[in-house]
Design a protein around this ligand. Structure first.
Ligand code: 25A
Ligand code: L14
Length: 332
């Protein structure tokens, strides 16, 4: 099998570290690994597949090396600055930041949902927002079968979504330390604000779910609204999703679709209190779906509870799966 030279940009961060772990676990054919981060982390040693590597400073010249793919997770500003440089030097960038997601020349891809969008990439491919990814995996089979009119997302998001600093703020808060990272203490609390507010009263996180969903499903007529809430959970985002279909459906049809869909685990046995839980989704690559029930307030609606590890399927795993999909589609 052919193998590839892979750079991980932001290799010392929460997502970058997980990318290294997932590349090894899923056995992506890596020939040489190039871990990169800011000047602060240059020279640090990191572990990949049992071997030690030295972190290199991210600079334009770093992409003069023989690199096939670069997985970026170093924040939007860093991606904005360095992804086009890497792309111009022939590197295929899989970017985990929000920098290019809504750029019409950049495919926004969840491999279970729209792998065909990879075919028109121009060396930058965007990884969607974590909350969007897990929702898309759960909704695509239903979208194809019944058509969707309207979606209401309500999220319960883990602190790891905001990286190592977000994680540390909950750890410290529980010990009684002051939370200087979040707008209010996250320990023993729920914060109806993730990221900053936009002019329309919604947060950036909420608008990402609206805009990215329309782009991934290629459907601007979809009506979507979202409320994104940070909860004191370390890993895995939970989402309550209300969907109104165009066509009629039965719950058995939906369960049968889910039992056949790749990347989905159905956990739905209310009698036994079986449903998806953040603590069970941690360190798993699948999206867990349960609490499937009819919404009796409309003609063709359901409610779902959808849980996935935000750092794995929501970030690192999805990026590595995009790399695998490029190989499968002979795009690299
Ligand atoms: O803009 P976005 O897209 O919305 O993304 C914002 C942030 O969200 C996270 C990610 O944080 C990102 O920075 N993120 C992005 N997508 C995500 C997703 N899908 C996501 N989180 C969850 N799901 P992160 O902590 O995961 O990753 C940060 C990594 O980026 C590296 N980095 C930052 N700026 C860089 C850069 N690399 C290159 N060039 C730049 N200009 C960063 O590496 C990290 O790997 P680092 O070297 O900056 O720092 C890692 C080490 O340094 C310590 N440290 C941090 N800040 C300071 C510091 N030490 C001293 N002084 C400081 N001020 C850290 O403790 C760590 O050990
Ligand atoms: O856009 O803080 O990918 O939970 C994902 C994590 C934005 C912030 C993104 C969080 C980030 C979000």
């Amino acid at each position: 099998m052919k193998s590839y030279n892979v750079a991980v940009v932001g290799a010392t961060g929460m997502v970058g570290q997980k990318m290294l772990q997932v590349l090894a676990e899923l056995k992506f054919p890596v020939k040489n690994l190039f871990p990169m981060a800011s000047k602060r982390s240059a020279g640090k040693e990191i572990l990949y597949n049992g071997k030690t590597y030295v972190v290199e400073e991210l600079r334009d010249e770093a992409f003069d090396q023989d690199i096939d793919i670069a997985l970026f997770s170093a924040g939007g500003d860093t991606s904005q600055r360095f992804s086009p440089v890497a792309a111009a030097k022939g590197v295929i960038v899989i970017d985990n930041s929000s920098a290019f997601r809504m750029d019409p020349t950049v495919p926004l891809v969840v491999p279970e949902v729209n792998p065909e969008d990879l075919d028109w990439h121009k060396n930058i491919i965007a990884n969607p927002n974590c909350s969007t990814i897990q929702a898309m995996v759960a909704l695509k089979p239903l979208y194809d079968a019944f058509g969707i009119k309207r979606i209401i997302f309500s999220t319960y998001q883990a602190v790891s979504g905001s990286g190592m600093k977000g994680y540390a703020a909950l750890e410290g808060g529980i010990k009684g330390e002051k939370d200087t990272f979040n707008p209010h203490p996250i320990a023993y609390n729920c914060l109806p604000q993730i990221d900053t507010f936009t002019d329309n009263g919604y947060t950036k996180e909420e608008m990402k779910m609206v805009n990215e969903t329309q782009k991934i499903l290629h459907d601007d007529s979809l009506r979507i609204t979202a409320t994104a809430v940070r909860v004191p959970v370390y890993y895995a985002h939970s989402e309550s999703i209300n969907v109104e279909f165009k066509k009629e459906f039965t719950l058995d049809e939906i369960k049968s679709l889910y039992s056949k869909s790749p990347g989905i685990v159905l956990q739905d046995d209310p009698e036994k209190s079986i449903y998806p839980l953040a603590i069970n989704a941690e360190n798993r690559d699948e999206v867990f779906v349960g609490r499937i029930r009819r919404d009796y307030s409309v003609d063709n609606g359901i409610n779902l509870w959808v849980v996935a590890d935000n750092i794995r399927k929501g970030a690192a795993t999805n990026a590595v799966q995009i790399a695998f999909a490029l190989v499968e589609r002979h795009l690299i």
